[in-house]
Design a protein around this ligand. Sequence first.
Ligand code: NAP
Length: 248
Amino acid sequence: MKLSDKIALVTGGTSGIGLEAAKLFREEGANVIIVGQNQARLDAAASQLGKGVTALRADVTKPADIEGVINQVREKFGRIDVLFANAGMGLAAPLEAVTEDQIDTQFGVNFKGVFFTVQKAAPLLSKGGSIVITTSFLNEVGTPGLSILSATKAAVRSLVRTLGAELAQRGIRVNAISPGPVSTPFHGKLGLSAKELDETASAIESQVPLHRFGEPAEIAKAALFLASEDSAFMTGSEVVVDGGISQL
Ligand SMILES: NC(=O)c1ccc[n+]([C@@H]2O[C@H](COP(=O)([O-])OP(=O)(O)OC[C@H]3O[C@@H](n4cnc5c(N)ncnc54)[C@H](OP(=O)(O)O)[C@@H]3O)[C@@H](O)[C@H]2O)c1
């Protein structure tokens, strides 16, 4: 088992990629803490994942919420070995329709949320610990209507390098996992109509060299690689799992 007796905290662990990663980390021997903002989805995920999983509520846009979670983890487990900062969301809008609110919301979750998750968890991270942060293929490509979401992910890609440099002296590695389009509820929350969603899905499938969406389990396997000793000589890197969309 790759994560025997490790303490792994997964934000966005109630759905999609985070939920699959929580499941896999658990199967690999970790004590897993999942974090989400919605209590009903947290309860559903916790009962799906079963024993060895602790579900804690926090809105990652609120540093005080994150601090509350970290305090509970400190009391119950005393340390964190793996931090998967994965919670994220996106809103689609063309240049002329983007509002200040949309910018604040997306940067609030995807950048500020990730930053404060790492900042608040850092004192509990053990030597040899691994931080994995979810970026996106959108770092590398220009997609109409996704300017702000893409910029949040590019900002987080940069953060991985800086935090990697800052935490290397404590023996803590920081890497990114960059998914391509993946079949999760994420797309349904972009604010698109059903027709627009269908059209976008078809367009994406034709753009991905492997001609399909990825599965959350495929991203979770790469997150496990970064979380575990298998990637012991990697920090500041980004593992791309995107069917080739940003690469070919
Ligand atoms: N799906 C894709 O095609 C794709 C592609 C590239 C990158 N990504 C990235 O992958 C990550 C996971 O996305 P996913 O596809 O698994 O989407 P998802 O199924 O919608 O899951 C998103 C998760 O983030 C949590 N979350 C959102 N806002 C939060 C907040 N303010 N506070 C705490 N938790 C919050 C959600 O919790 P609640 O349920 O409580 O809201 C949920 O657990 C994101 O960072 C996303 O940007 C996804």
